[in-house]
Design a protein around this ligand. Structure first.
Ligand code: NAP
Length: 505
């Protein structure tokens, strides 16, 4: 068995019996892991040192043996002497790369062979992480491991910084959703290893991605010190399709770049702390961000109005941040541009041709605001129809438009109808914001992209209208981000297919 040169992709195995564990070892190898961590504390029955040789004979991958006690977040609650005897026996076996021993075991009782000296904290990222790390490394001739709960991407950056310092002899991970960058970028900073599971149900710690995600989505094998880093900032972020779109685009364009989900809790102070930290890590190589709810306004405030596009400032929100050649942060709103372009392409017109055209916009939230501002900019004749009248009126007045109730949309003559409400969106797919189309309508644009054909668009099809889907807008806003980030044309079809594939899963 040959050992990996770079950062190891370690698959933790949490089977409860020998037969399943051996099957999982083979599955881990087939799925692309470099080694497995056999978590013997998950076994249903007590495990004796004499059983180890049989269990690990002909293991298809190098093995790390771990018997995590309850006090460090594991399942083992038997006698400590038996546990340590098991670890000591494991170090002598062929195929065992290392054993994992917790740093609270007294030095004299630790196994003699290659040992990952570990510390876990499932509650919080420790204030004294640097001190803890130093102590772990001093005591650990082989590998030091710190795994602690991360509550923000800054904790992940702190973990990566620790792993970097250890120069190939450290594993430092921030657990949980916000800590995911520490797992994905472990290879960028030369960590000894990072963990990825066979499937979500077989996770041994919060936030572990699957092997398939690591290898196919994040292209773990290609990540190195020079990899450019991008990501989407929002909260919640787990559902975002942006990592699927942009990683597929980077792969298709052959770029050394990766795109991460970045969970930042609501609040301008959290956004500021995150971006200050990210830009402060020169080794991170942050090159650009997508920004989604609830940080679009915070991003505009951070970047500064004079460095954002004019209409984005009027809208009061940006969804894209990038760095220009001089290192200056810049902000754009590609949502409105994507919506306008999708609409104009479907109608076969230029933006300027929107002047005087009657348009009804349903909704007065963030998406409606971007569209109303953009349509008003091109002098379309806009009516905002919203459930909460006062909110619709306020938006309309700000951009010199008319307003009405959602119900009046059905009787107000218009040429273009645009739905910016979530009515009809998955899982409420039977919903439709209007029962009848307004008189005179020729074009119907539903900004919803899940499902691709909403009830509203079906109604429009039956009436012979031109239809525009939310998919066109969604792909368009991502395409609009790729260009300023990379100065290259975006692989539009690859990006569109990535969304369609994700929607199908
Ligand atoms: P938002 O800020 O929460 O605004 C939602 C708007 O819809 C509000 O005006 C709200 O009316 C109205 N609304 C919500 N539920 C309603 C209901 N049951 N009946 C009547 N009106 C209702 O949301 P947003 O960020 O603007 O997003 C709106 C939609 O745009 C999303 O649902 C999504 O499908 C779509 N979207 C598309 C893209 C894309 O790229 N294609 C991107 C983002 C979003 P009140 O003012 O009365 O609350």
């Amino acid at each position: 068995m040959t050992e990996t040169a770079g950062t190891r992709l370690i698959c933790p195995l949490t089977a409860t019996n020998a037969e399943d564990l051996r099957a999982d070892m083979h599955d881990a190898r087939a799925a692309g892991a470099d080694c497995v961590e056999c978590r013997l504390d998950y076994f249903a029955k007590p495990f004796a040192p004499g059983d180890l040789a049989g269990l690990l004979a002909d293991a298809p991958l190098p093995v790390i043996v771990t018997v995590r006690p309850r006090r460090q977040g594991g399942n083992y609650d038997g006698p400590e002497a038996d546990r340590l005897a098991l670890l000591a026996a494991a170090t002598d076996l062929p195929g065992v790369l290392a054993v994992d021993c917790e740093e609270d075991v007294p030095p004299a009782q630790r196994p003699a062979g290659p040992t990952i000296l570990s510390h876990h904290d499932f509650e919080t990222w420790p204030d004294n992480a640097a001190g803890l790390w130093k102590a772990l490394r001093v005591q650990s001739p082989y590998v030091a491991k710190l795994a602690a709960k991360g509550t923000c991407p800054e904790d992940a950056f702190a973990a990566l910084q620790l792993a970097r310092q250890a120069e190939g002899k450290g594993i430092a991970l921030a657990m949980g959703e916000a800590g995911l960058p520490s797992r994905i970028l472990a290879g960028k900073v030369g960590a000894w290893g990072t963990f990825a599971t066979l499937e979500p149900a077989k996770r041994s710690a919060p936030g572990q991605p699957s092997l398939a995600e690591m290898l196919d989505l994040y292209r773990f094998r290609t990540l190195g010190p020079d990899t450019a880093v991008y990501g989407v900032v929002g909260c919640p972020i787990g559902h975002s399709m942006s990592p699927a779109i942009h990683n597929a685009a980077f792969a298709a364009a052959g770029l050394d770049a990766v795109y991460l989900p970045l969970r930042v809790e609501p609040g301008p102070e959290n956004f500021r702390r995150f971006l200050d930290a990210a830009l402060g890590c020169d080794w991170l190589g942050l090159r650009g961000l997508s920004v989604t709810i609830p940080h679009k306004e915070n991003a505009l405030a951070y970047v500064g109005e004079r460095f954002c596009d004019e209409l984005a400032v009027r809208i009061g929100a940006i969804n894209t941040v990038g760095l220009d050649a001089g290192g200056q942060l810049r902000g754009w709103n590609t949502d409105y541009a994507a919506a306008l372009d999708a609409l104009c392409a479907a109608m076969g017109i230029q933006r300027e041709d929107l002047a005087e055209l009657p348009v009804t916009v349903l909704g007065a939230g963030g998406v409606a605001r971007a569209l109303v501002a953009a349509l008003a900019q091109y002098q379309a004749d806009v009516t905002v129809c919203n459930r909460t009248l006062s909110r619709g009126r306020q938006l309309a007045e700000e951009f010199g438009c008319r307003s009405g109730s959602l119900e009046t949309a059905e009787t107000t003559a218009t040429e273009i109808l645009i739905n910016c409400t979530p009515i009809g969106m998955f899982p409420g797919v039977v919903g439709c914001p209007v029962e009848h189309l307004p008189p005179g309508v020729r074009v119907v644009f539903d900004t919803i992209y899940n499902p691709l054909r909403t009830r509203l668009l079906e109604l429009a099809d039956r009436a012979g209208c031109t239809t525009v889907t939310g998919l066109d807008m969604f792909v368009g806003q991502a395409v609009g981000q790729f260009k300023p980030w990379t100065s290259r044309p975006a692989p539009v079809e690859v990006m569109r297919q990535a969304v369609i594939d994700r929607l199908a899963t």
